[in-house]
Design a binder for this molecule. Structure first.
Ligand code: COA
Length: 711
């Protein structure tokens, strides 16, 4: 659908409100009153058969009677009335868009209500009318003082943030909270799309992406139906503008039904988290963080590097800010150049702490307005500083207004690096904060919020740089491979036999341990000789998924004698474990030498499709859940990020005298598992556990591939 058609919602020349009322308890009253109070400039036509006037405006009994053109309809009457109203709109021929406030449609899941929504959509589609809702509150736009919602007190302060909300009430609450800040936070556009029968979240996202008034997109999200399409759109939009999402559902939802390790580890929220990061979406933990981040990104230039610094007039707040910056994996504290330090020492009061710690200068409580300004100018001039948190708790001898003016002067002369300010002092500093914000400098109540907003800017800059680097790699897309030998097994099984899984993995360049599939003890003895003792012996049966539990694995078999007894032991214990199991032979494997054990896996997520997982093996994965996820396709860079992301990374990197291991080879395994998942939709889960990582090699020792049940 042409994005321009959304202009009919956001920039209508005229509006008719069906169900307009002068009864303050009605939604139709509030909508009328919002539009009138805000001063929407175009004609507003109230429609209500029982009234001749509503809030001082001539009221019309129906749509047919409206004398002028109607571009946007806001329908605030009960659900069953809606089709009739849309038919009237279709007859008129000039209505281009309709916001349907009424609930009682498909969201109820009642068949006749679902049908009612379909009827509404069909009428609108035939008439070329775009629908927002039903079960929504529509849009706001500060450019033209538009508000179709029935929220009572949303201040329209213009700003660079545009909002999409999956909850009308929470979306309105976000705006009320923004308006209630010590310095009210502005916005550009706002939308709540309700049932998304026509206009959906993706379209709004793309619309904001090309909207000149929107600098930052903030979203409240409850869930997604089609995560992959969302990610595609978000990736494109996030290249142009920051997207920050407050997504609920952080508590882990275990997937108990999953048949493999990987499946049970991938709680859906972790996948959301990884998917967002992958396409460059910043995730906010709460409303404050959503707004704090949006404010910084809407007002300030992005940092060119990640070296941040805290310039403070008081120790405590300064330490809180440094602490917060230190929590971000994207930030490094700036190491000031010697000449900057010298200059700071000469211009600040003698008790100032300049050499105390990297990225930290305490100007001391003796610093006056001029000290603040000169020190700010000085650190901004340092090429090794990419951004600054300026903190002050103005004492009574320091005039907050004058302080703000001095800071603004410096900012005007040096506009290239981000500066966020925290003036602590409530009412005493309110006017100063107002001045700063009017001059485009974001201010915060407390130091950690300021520091966190700056850290998010660094993260955004990192995403942008990475997006450019990875674009080419991603555009090459996945090269699909096929392994015809196992195609039949993929059709009629619940899982692949391990030798089949190994063959498939080898087709995708995933190194698997040398193995020979045997059907008899005699064949086994020959195979063991061929591979060389010691060997490992494993049962091959599609009825035995958890081989170790069934006594179906023997390791460290050193000679033919041991081989024979291992072979017979396995047959006995697996027979006891599952007497009906079909035994398809045994797998004789070379016994791998010890190395670092990791796990690489994949599963199909209900929202995002194929998702790849990586973590350290054994106890790390069992107890600490030290794992990283990405949505496939995974690029080499992303695979390396996954590896670096886990807490156990130092073990791979080579910590404390250990040699560094084959991270490149491991990243290739992750990338190839992602290719395999994309090439074979029949595969539900893959579990390579363990994969052993050596200095110059990687080897998958145990492999499990679970197939999706045919639909
Ligand atoms: N054309 C024009 N006006 C009509 C009409 C029609 N076909 N049918 C009724 N009206 C008038 C009514 O007479 C009434 O006017 P009055 O106040 O002067 O008596 C007004 O329109 C509203 O109709 P009413 O039947 O009183 O409905 P309501 O205001 O109580 O409720 C909704 C309407 C849409 C708000 C309600 O049905 C609803 O769905 N509420 C939930 C909305 C919601 O939660 N949306 C999602 C938000 S996230």
């Amino acid at each position: 659908m042409e994005l321009k058609s959304l202009d009919h919602f956001f920039y209508p020349q005229s509006i008719a409100i069906v169900g307009a009322s002068d009864d303050p308890s009605k939604a139709g009253y509030q909508i009328m009153s919002n539009l009138l109070n805000l001063g929407f400039a175009g004609p507003i036509y109230p429609i209500n058969p029982h009234k001749t006037e509503v809030l001082g405006r001539t009221c019309y009994p129906d749509l047919r009677s409206v004398p002028g053109a109607v571009e946007l309809l806001v329908i605030s009457v009960p659900a069953f009335e809606v089709p009739g109203i849309l038919r009237q709109a279709a007859e008129r021929g000039d209505v281009r868009a309709a916001v349907i406030i009424a609930s009682g449609f498909s969201e109820t899941k009642i068949p006749e209500r679902v049908e009612l929504e379909k009827e509404v959509v069909a009428i609108a589609k035939k008439a070329g009318i775009r629908i927002m809702g039903p079960n929504c509150v529509g849009v706001m736009n500060t450019d033209n003082h538009l508000d179709t919602t029935f929220a009572p007190s949303i201040k329209q302060v213009p700003g660079g943030m545009s909002v999409i909300s999956q909850s009308g009430a929470l979306g309105a609450a976000i705006m009320m909270f923004a308006g209630d800040q010590p310095v009210p936070m502005g916005f550009a556009k706002w939308a709540h799309v309700g049932n998304q029968s026509d206009v959906n979240v993706l379209e709004i996202l793309r619309y904001y992406g090309q909207d000149p008034s929107t600098k930052v997109i903030a979203m409240y999200m409850e869930g997604l139906d089609d995560g992959r399409t969302f990610l595609e759109v978000a990736r494109e939009v996030a290249r142009q503008k920051p997207i920050i999402i407050l997504k609920v559902g952080r508590s882990e939802v275990g997937s108990g039904a999953a048949a493999s390790h990987t499946g049970s580890l991938a709680g859906s929220d972790q996948v959301y988290e990884a998917a967002f990061a992958q396409v460059g979406i910043l995730r906010a933990a709460n409303i404050e963080e959503l707004l704090d981040t949006a404010k910084a990104l809407a007002m300030q230039p992005l940092p060119k590097g990640n070296k941040m610094m805290v310039l403070t007039e008081a120790g405590g707040p300064g330490i809180i800010a440094v602490d917060e910056l230190g929590l971000s994996p994207y930030v490094e504290m700036a190491d000031l150049r010697p000449e900057t330090k010298e200059k700071l020492k000469s211009l600040l009061p003698p008790m100032a702490l300049v050499d105390h710690a990297h990225g930290y200068v305490d100007m001391s409580a003796a610093a006056n307005e001029r000290h603040h300004a000169e020190a700010l100018a000085c650190v901004l001039d340092d090429p090794d500083v990419d951004g600054v948190v300026l903190l002050s708790v103005p004492p009574t001898f320091l005039k907050p207004r004058l302080l703000a003016e001095e800071i603004i002067k410096v900012r005007k002369q040096k506009p290239d690096k981000p500066v966020v300010v925290c003036l602590l002092g409530g009412e005493f500093v309110r006017e100063a904060r107002q001045l700063l914000e009017e001059a485009g400098i974001p201010t915060y109540d407390v130091p950690d919020r300021a520091a966190r907003a700056l850290a998010r800017m660094v993260q955004r800059a990192y995403y942008l740089q990475r997006a450019t680097e990875q674009r080419e790699e991603r555009e090459k897309r996945v090269v699909e491979s096929k392994c015809p030998e196992i195609d039949k097994s993929l059709q009629d099984r619940r899982s692949l036999l391990e030798p089949e899984a190994q063959k498939l993995l080898a087709t995708f360049d995933i190194p698997v341990v040398r193995s020979i599939w045997v059907k008899t003890l005699e064949e086994g003895l020959v195979a063991a000789e061929q591979l060389g003792y010691p060997v490992v012996l494993k049962i091959v049966s599609s009825d035995i998924l958890h081989k170790t539990d069934a006594g179906g694995v023997k390791i460290n078999i050193r000679n033919a004698e041991e081989f024979k007894s291992a072979y017979n032991d396995i047959l006995t214990s697996t027979g006891r474990y599952n007497p009906k199991a079909r035994i398809e032979g045994m797998l004789v494997c070379a016994q791998a030498s010890p190395g670092l054990e990791v796990i690489v896996g994949a599963k199909r997520d209900p929202q995002f499709g194929p998702v790849v997982m990586f973590g350290l093996g054994g106890i790390f994965v069992e107890i600490f859940k030290d794992v990283a996820f990405r949505v496939a396709p995974v690029t080499m860079e992303e695979a390396k990020e996954m590896i670096q992301e886990i807490k156990g990374y130092p073990l791979l990197k080579g910590a404390r005298g250990r040699k560094s291991l084959d991270v490149e080879g491991l990243a290739k395994v992750i990338v190839n598992v992602s290719r395999l998942m994309l090439s074979y939709p029949q595969i539900a889960e893959i579990d390579l556990n363990p994969v052993v990582v050596y200095e110059k090699d990687v080897l998958a020792l145990d492999t499990r591939i679970i197939l999706a049940l045919p639909v």
